[in-house]
Design a protein around this ligand. Structure first.
Ligand SMILES: [Zn+2]
Length: 461
């Protein structure tokens, strides 16, 4: 056989093989089985859950379904199949779980490229813990114009980095001297200029509109703003209002015109009332919100993202924070349990969100136990992290429940999470869009990484 005939034969084989791969992939059927299933909608678990997956979608789901003969069967045993968890409040590009002062120094030392590389480990830890979708609410590096969250999202979407589906907020928008001012607490003009809308800092309705446009131009999927003070910021009181009603109205109007939802960091009651009036989609934290204001939230369908884990973590490590922040943390912690109980009682929509970065990435599921300990039924807590978050994110048509035609975003939890909610912390099987991310032990142990002072970077929330 001549040389060119060989080449033609090789080319023909390659064409056949490469051409055949997508056909094979499309035909590859996987049947997942487990003793129980939580579908994201029902009020109880169903026994003998079966999910048939083809390509990236669920093609059938139910109790005791018959399995097609050609399916690859994965029997997960005494476990509960569930929709992939979601977290409505993460900061995958940051880590402020360690010593506050060490972190502030690191923030100035580490270059942004290194911080971006560290963030890829946070992304892996998060998806391996069963959190298949996150709304990432703020990524900022003082003195830098980089959009690390956008880069991380894009790299995950391209399959370069293993991580959750991300909806990113870029820089949190807030007032001069407020919770999101990256230069607050540092000597005046240390960074050479006052921050402006390109840093997310706004002081008028026009500024607010410009910041929203700038962020959407640079890849934001959702807009985040700080309308009240915060715990982990040095220059403000935790519950003071920080944007005017006119600034909030302009920010929400511009975001909604561009079809982006608005999440606001808010601890104080007055700021919450103004934000609800302005039409925000979710209130994050909400520590001091009074029952009358919660009722307004319920009536307007505004979600509450309680981020209980953030407070739990800070209160368990108070010595890691300066005295002024300790006082703010104590005040927020004292108020938020009653606020959360009131929100459940009044029927406010609860979105599951943790503020991961305040504590080490990958421990997001610890939020479930805090919710249940404060009186939320386990099944409702599970629903908050699946169907409720999908509704808030605007992706309920694609994922969030186990239904025919939706993405095969599926996890397995050992045992029964409605009798032991901490089982959610031991997810051992993760499938994202039909691809198995994990089946067995994790490849990444968050506890050995994130508390290392070398990894703690960047401020803000
Ligand atoms: Zn946050």
């Amino acid at each position: 056989m001549g040389c060119d005939r060989w080449l033609r034969l090789v080319a023909a084989i390659l064409t056949f093989v490469i051409g055949a791969i997508p056909i094979w992939a499309a035909d590859n059927v996987i049947a997942l089985k487990a003793a129980r299933m939580f579908d994201g909608k029902s009020k109880s678990l169903v026994p003998n859950g079966v999910i048939i997956v083809q390509g990236d979608k669920i093609v059938d789901v139910g109790s005791n379904l018959s399995v097609p003969g050609d399916a690859q069967v994965i029997d997960l045993g005494d476990a509960t199949l569930a929709p992939g968890f979601m977290d409505a409040h993460t900061h995958l590009t940051l880590d402020y779980s360690g010593d506050y002062n060490v972190r502030r120094l690191n923030e100035l030392d580490l270059n942004v490229a290194e911080q971006a590389i560290i963030a890829t480990a946070h992304a892996r830890a998060t998806v391996e813990a069963g959190f298949i979708t996150v709304r990432d609410l703020g990524s900022r590096f003082v003195g830098s114009r980089e959009f690390v969250d956008v880069a991380l999202r894009n790299s995950i979407n391209k399959g370069v980095v293993v991580g959750p589906r991300m909806l990113v907020a870029t820089k949190g928008i807030g007032a001069t001297g407020g919770h999101f001012d990256p230069t607050s607490g540092f000597r005046d003009f240390l960074f050479g200029r006052e921050p402006d809308y390109t840093d997310g800092i706004v002081d008028s309705p026009d500024d607010a509109r410009k910041a929203v446009r700038f962020e959407v131009k640079n890849g934001a999927d959702v807009i985040k703003a700080a309308v009240s003070g915060g715990v982990l910021s040095l220059g403000d009181e935790v519950d003071t209002p920080q944007l005017t009603p006119a600034e909030m109205a302009a920010l929400v109007d511009e975001s909604h015109r561009l079809r982006k939802k608005v999440a606001v960091h808010c601890h104080g009651d007055e700021a919450a009332r103004e934000a609800i009036e302005a039409g925000v989609d979710s209130i994050e934290h909400g520590s001091f919100i009074k029952p009358e204001t919660l009722t307004r939230m319920k009536n307007k369908g505004v979600f509450l993202t309680p981020t209980l884990m953030a407070t739990e973590w800070i209160m368990s490590k108070l010595d890691n924070y300066p005295p002024a922040l300790q006082a703010k943390a104590k005040a927020a912690a004292a108020a938020r349990s009653d606020m959360f109980r009131n929100a459940i009682k009044l029927g406010v929509k609860i979105s599951f969100g943790t503020d991961a970065a305040v504590f080490p990435h990958g421990q997001n599921a610890r939020e479930f136990k805090v919710m249940v300990d404060l009186g939320m039924p386990a099944i409702e807590a599970l629903r908050s992290a699946t169907a409720n978050d999908a509704e808030l994110f605007g992706i309920a048509q694609k994922t969030g429940t186990l239904e025919k035609g939706k993405f095969a975003d599926i996890i397995a939890i050992p045992g029964d999470p409605t009798t032991d909610i901490t089982a959610t912390e031991r997810v051992f099987f993760v499938m994202k869009e039909g691809k198995i991310v994990r089946n067995g032990p994790p490849t990444f142990h968050s506890s050995t990484k994130s508390t290392d002072p070398a990894n703690v970077v960047a401020p803000v929330e």
